[in-house]
Design a protein around this ligand. Sequence first.
Ligand SMILES: [Zn+2]
Length: 489
Amino acid sequence: MADDKKLPTRAADFSAWYNEVVLRSELADYSPVRGCMVIRPRGYGIWERMQRQLDTMFKDTGHENAYFPLFIPESFLKKEAQHVEGFAPELAVVTHGGGKKLEEPLVVRPTSETIIYAMYAKWVQSYRDLPILINQWANVVRWEMRTRLFLRTTEFLWQEGHTAHATPEEAEEETRKMLGVYRDFMESYMAMPVVTGMKSDAEKFAGAVRTYAVEAMMQDNKGLQAGTSHNLGQNFSKAFDFTFQTEAGGTEYAWNTSWGVSTRMIGGLVMTHGDDKGIQVPPLLAPIEVVIVPIYKADDERARMLEAAEKVRAELHAWERRAPGKLRVHVDKREGIKPGAKYYEWELRGIPIRMELGPRDIEKNQAVLVRRDTGVKTTVSLETIGEDVADLLHAIQDSMLTAARDRRESNSYRGEITYERFREIIEGPGGFVYAGWCGGAACEAAIKEETKATIRVLPDEEFRSAEPMKNCLKCGANAVFEALWAKAY
Ligand SMILES: [Zn+2]
């Protein structure tokens, strides 16, 4: 334990709670390099499971992995005007190498569009070479002034998909498809419900024609952009002279998409499910799903109880569950720590199920299972332990998603609303406000200036209100869009 002081509560100081819970649950630590973080094994284990699942989903949708260099010639970044303008303030630039000043400075990639499309331009001659569907798992660097563990760090881990297509329709379909993959992953695996939709022009990616995003609500009622998918049109192919011969024999610039999610998702997971006892990891992403805490009083009981716990662990491990693989079980054998102190630690670390196993349980051929999410205890027979544990994990995964969705809905506001009331909500409890927008950049900028709320997305149809507001929240003109407003990370 880093510290025996009580964790700050979410209600008292959400931001302090977040920092403390990330440090104390040993997900990550501050590093000697300002703005960079060290992802510790408990955090990296979650990232590995995220990565594994997403990678499977990318492959199932026809993508392959490749790897491009960390360094990008500075001139590449300058080829796409919006792109360089968007990223210039955040760039880390290498000017020296091997003891000499470089002829051309190298940028440490903030994202890889430029170098990847330069390579695609070399590889593609004809429409027969398309589509290219490539993903890269990598680290990127953006020189951030204000950093938060996982949410905004100077270096972070992510994946970036980069595709090239022969038609704009195909590119749009790909952009939407990958947004759907992200949504599916976040809801099914992270138990984090998201609203999907399009970004306004002011909020879109530098260099994109259209940006789509998945937006989640954190427990302080602020929004978190958890992933983005961009339709790049021909912006980059024109900048990098990425052309192909069409079926009809002409020449055309390729249509591109890019899409990414990062270690920021771990921050989202913490702020969606954590409570005043610690983090909560959804079973499907938990490196440890079940922790067995053997209970004994006298020392002569210890060996017998550890043996019993090990037997249960082996049984759980051998139990054939259909998906996703073996049960991940850990026995807490540490000496000199009372069971109560162990419970406290495993709660802090968010392990979905704790199994308490004492001498009397062994006599009765039973064990006690305690849910991390609800604290509910059930006594189960050791005869059916595999099935009972698997069922309970399934139930926990489901109820974590339901709880998060209920919380989001009870902090969402729809229908007619005055600007005054809107400000009260945004400046008070916060939340997602669905309100009319004329589509004007001036209204969007004024609302941002006055309230710090931004348009998170123009929600996709299924998230729009049955009776949307008819007028623009700010100017009162006819609403062209229903926009989802919130303060955001
Ligand atoms: Zn307006």
